[in-house]
Design a protein around this ligand. Structure first.
Ligand code: LRH
Ligand code: MN
Ligand code: MN
Length: 427
């Protein structure tokens, strides 16, 4: 999607400074016993999937402000995802949402992704919205609905998602439901959860042998009094109930403010149930703000747990990293590219933690030094490593600056006329 000669020219303007900064950081890390080349190699291997729905301009339930030349369908979303990956070279996987991204011949979607050098990650089902012509409404729930026909319809949709996913080479189904209640007494918590589990059993039975199922919890919204899978407790109970190929997904925005998410991550790893992440940031609830834009230390602490797990060879540990953000302030290409790098930054910073030292301080109950050991890694500016990783992979040293120089949205204005209600996700 991007003119490589323009990119080479833009990179050339930054390359000398980058090399200088990289060498200086390398010398600093060498004094700490860290070989920068090893860290660079790991940074180059890092990947995080982008959500297809994030390519559209999101909205709140109050208003939606369509972006210029925003994608109107999955093919155009893939074009934008390809631009993001061309810029940062760590987002080669796209996580689609169904039925938003369904077309008659899903083979065409696969072919389009292939042509951009993209693949598909987990597929997401949607039983939180009614679709045109749908027989039963999800107004009062889907997989946990009191009415069997509605539950069956929601189960059937998830099985359709598996079929669509197979056609595009995915092997994970992520299930998030908004089912819950708005009034105390409206639903019987136990019977509702039983109904949810029975529906999920039916979906789990339909999973191909090499597929995994991820359950995503969320504290509230659209239900404001109770939600069926409201937190990691209900999530892990359901995942344990369903079986070995069912795991619990952590969307960072789906917790109450101040919840210790990194500790939840540690628990899920310990009990072999961590599915992966929907990365984003938030101040109040599910704000879907750019990853690491408000709480980069929290994101670093999560990666501390992930690297710790890798380090000690935790069993059944194969987390999928995805972004899940969709707001209405910025160009989604700029935001998703920036967020992908912000997640990669947390990963690289956490690689710098001296784990032997940290364990020693923990065993000696030396709280101050343990904290300083973490902070030393967190406070290291790893920007030159991230930039060098992109440069080596053929991406942009300055992704947003270079993207702006392309005037991408302007060049697409006639091809993608504004649409009042594109099927590009949350409206
Ligand atoms: C729910 C959620 C879930 C959905 C997506 C659109 O808030 O995080 O992952 O599939 O947003
Ligand atoms: Mn999510
Ligand atoms: Mn969410």
């Amino acid at each position: 999607m991007i003119d490589k000669s323009k990119l080479a020219e833009a990179n050339a303007a930054h390359a000398d400074n980058l090399q200088h900064d990289y060498d200086a950081l390398g010398a600093h890390l060498a004094r700490r016993g860290v070989d920068i080349a090893d860290v660079l190699e790991k940074a180059c291997e890092f990947a995080v999937a982008v959500p297809s729905w994030g390519a559209g301009t999101g909205g709140t339930r109050f208003a939606r402000f369509p972006g210029k030349s925003e994608p109107r369908n999955i093919f155009e979303k893939l074009e934008d995802c390809a631009v993001i990956n061309d810029l940062v070279c760590i987002t080669g996987e796209v996580s689609p949402h169904f039925p938003w991204d369904v077309v008659e011949d899903m083979g065409e979607v696969k072919a389009a992704a292939d042509s951009h050098g993209l693949t598909f990650g987990p597929v997401n089902s949607n039983t939180f919205q009614d679709q045109v012509g749908q027989a039963h409404s999800y107004k009062y729930g889907s997989l946990s609905h009191s009415d069997k026909s509605t539950r069956d319809q929601a189960v059937a949709h998830n099985i359709d998602c598996i079929e669509w996913g197979k056609a595009i080479g995915s092997d994970v189904l992520t299930v998030w439901v908004g089912d819950g209640s708005n009034f105390a007494g409206q639903s019987n918590f136990t019977r509702q959860f039983e109904r949810y589990l029975t529906s999920m059993e039916d979906i789990y039975k339909a999973l191909p042998g090499d597929w995994r199922m991820f359950i995503e919890h969320k504290m509230f919204e659209p239900s404001f009094y109770s939600t069926v899978i409201q937190d990691w407790g209900s999530n892990i109970l359901a995942a344990q109930h369903l079986g070995d190929r069912c795991f619990s997904l952590v969307d960072l925005g789906h917790h109450a403010p101040n919840v210790n998410i990194e500790m939840i991550v540690a628990r899920l790893i310990q009990f072999e149930k961590l599915a992966g992440f929907h990365f984003n940031d938030s101040k109040y609830g599910d704000d879907d703000l750019d990853s690491g834009s408000l709480h980069p230390f929290q994101q670093f602490l999560i990666f501390n747990e992930l690297i710790d797990a890798e380090h000690r060879g935790a069993k059944n540990f194969r987390p999928e990293y995805m972004l899940d953000q969709s707001h209405n302030m910025t160009d989604p290409i700029e935001s998703l590219a920036t967020s992908a790098v912000a997640v990669q930054r947390s990963y690289v910073q956490a690689l710098l933690i001296n784990r032997t030292e940290l364990e020693g301080y923990q065993d000696d109950n030396d709280a101050m030094m343990a904290s300083q050991c973490l902070k030393r890694a967190y406070q290291t500016d790893v920007t030159p490593i991230l930039s060098m990783a992109r440069f080596k992979a053929g991406g942009a040293i300055d992704p947003v600056g270079f993207y702006r120089s392309l005037n991408y949205r302007d060049t697409l204005e006639t091809k993608r006329p504004a649409s009042a209600n594109p099927s590009s996700g949350i409206v």
